[in-house]
Design a protein around this ligand. Structure first.
Ligand code: NDP
Length: 451
């Protein structure tokens, strides 16, 4: 086919929109990647002939299933569960499970698509997948959560396996839920294998897995600053979320001499001008993980802190920003406010927290902007290391794993530079991450022929 015959960007996106009607998050994720990939593949005949972009934008398969469970009052409840197996060109499907009322097929397809490139960027042999259910764990008793997890796994177990598809946690799925699901998998299959990651240390889990995503996002921030001869020391940071990723990002910012100013949840954000300390972060972890409380309680506990109901923290003056809550939580106006207020670097702890307009604002302003697929890959990387430890039936020490995480984040930073260094001191990390992740998966797909 002559290069001039190739479908243009708008034609490609029209097709994606047509085939995925009513799936805006998935279309958004494909567009973000395709914007960078189109230029890269313009003169690469193999990719065009083999329809690689078209094939990558179509999940290998999507399983949707009914999940019935009984609540504490004896009512039968019905939820919908999914597993999206997006692409296993470079390794078994790998990606988290999300329990949240906002979960839809579109959200999981976008997450599985992003996960494919993220996993490739880590340098580890993992394909991309994602799963979840529109189940709201908030306000549920421990027994209700257990029954839901067991029912979810009773269907999911037939689709996964240590060499097939290895799920992990995500929003609403932490160590407790992974424990319930692993217990049910083991009970049904009578097999003790590394089929899930994020497990407890007593049954095959890895040290530093809970910390890895947040720490990794800060290591990536540190790598970007170091490349400019700068560091986190003395810098203020605005962070959203107050879950696993956000609290560990705040912790690492403190360890590296920075000052986190905010945390949030779906009710609003707290602003502590004195900065969060390790002690305050420990208090938030306990509030969220044990008391299942709301971030607003922070302002009652710590003098000088204020709670801003229904708002996001992006208007607070800062040097650094780490969106660590959820997708599309940072919009165009938020990005403009951050840039106007002097923010020099953004590292996405969450998946696709910045919408397309916000990404364009950061790119136009040429500030350092690390997309989630690069910045938050530390979590899945340590999950990959958990898989290796399970296969070898051994455990590495915390020091070894900390070093591996740091090295992996530096490796991702380097891979982004390969395709994202635009000269003049500006690195387009979005482009760098998209092309490096795409190329590895695409080249493996080329080797397999048309499958
Ligand atoms: P958690 O469930 O531990 O925490 C999620 C946090 O985000 C909570 O504070 C929650 O508040 C908040 N949040 C959720 N939805 C919204 C919303 N619509 N508006 C405002 N705040 C919201 O999840 P994680 O910390 O694990 O995950 C956070 C993000 O990081 C997600 O995008 C996830 O995909 C991504 N990620 C996570 C990884 C991991 O290892 N855990 C790995 C890579 C990416 P509330 O309690 O009010 O819901």
């Amino acid at each position: 086919m002559a290069v001039s015959d190739h479908v243009d960007f708008n034609g490609f996106m029209d097709g994606v929109k047509r085939r995925n009607a009513y799936q805006p998050e998935f279309v958004q994720a494909v567009q973000e990647v395709a914007e960078d990939i189109f230029d890269f593949i313009a003169d690469k005949e193999d990719y065009h002939e083999q329809q690689i972009l078209r094939r990558i934008a179509e999940p290998d398969r999507v399983m949707s299933f009914r999940v019935c469970w009984e609540d504490d009052k004896g009512n039968i409840r019905v939820q919908r569960g999914w597993r999206v197996q997006n692409n296993n060109a470079i390794g078994p499907y790998k990606g988290g499970i999300r329990f949240h009322p906002s979960v839809t097929e579109s959200v999981l397809k976008f997450l599985a698509f992003e996960q494919t490139f993220k996993n490739a960027l880590t340098g580890l042999p993992m394909g991309g997948g994602k799963g979840g259910a529109n189940f709201n764990p908030k306000g549920k008793s421990e027994r209700e959560i257990m029954r839901f997890c067991q029912s979810f796994m009773t269907e999911l177990y037939r689709h996964i396996g240590a060499d097939v598809d290895v799920p992990a946690g995500d929003i609403g799925v932490g160590g407790r839920e992974i424990g319930f699901m692993f217990g049910q998998y083991k009970r049904i299959t009578n097999q003790f294998t590394g089929v899930l990651t994020g497990k407890g240390l007593e049954f095959g889990g890895s040290l530093i897995r809970p910390e890895a995503t947040g720490y990794g996002a800060v290591y990536f921030m540190s790598n970007m600053l170091t490349a400019k001869g700068d560091s986190i020391e003395g810098k203020s940071a605005v962070i959203s979320g107050s879950g696993n990723v956000a609290t560990h990002a705040a912790e690492k910012i403190v360890q590296l001499g920075g000052k986190p100013l905010t945390m949030s949840d779906s009710g609003g954000f707290i602003h502590d001008p004195d900065g969060l300390t390790q002690e305050k972060i420990n208090w938030i972890k306990q509030l969220k993980n044990e008391r299942r409380g709301r971030i607003s309680e922070y302002a009652d506990e710590f003098k000088g802190a204020t709670f801003h109901e229904g708002n996001t923290p992006w208007n607070v003056d800062c040097d650094l920003a780490l969106p660590c809550a959820t997708q599309n939580e940072l919009l165009g106006d938020d990005a403009r406010a951050l840039v106007a207020n002097g923010c020099i670097a953004v590292s996405e702890g969450a998946n696709m927290p910045s919408d397309l307009e916000a990404v364009h604002v950061f790119k136009d302003a040429k500030i350092m902007f690390a997309p989630g697929k690069a910045a938050n890959a530390g979590g899945v990387a340590v999950s990959g290391l958990e898989m290796s430890q399970n296969s070898e039936r051994r455990s590495w020490s915390e020091d070894e794993l900390q070093q591996m995480l740091k090295d992996i984040m530096s490796g991702i930073h380097e891979r982004c530079l390969t395709y994202g260094d635009m000269g003049g001191g500006y690195v387009d990390y979005v482009k760098g991450a998209n092309i490096a992740g795409f190329k590895k998966v695409a080249d493996a797909m080329l080797a397999f022929g048309v499958v």
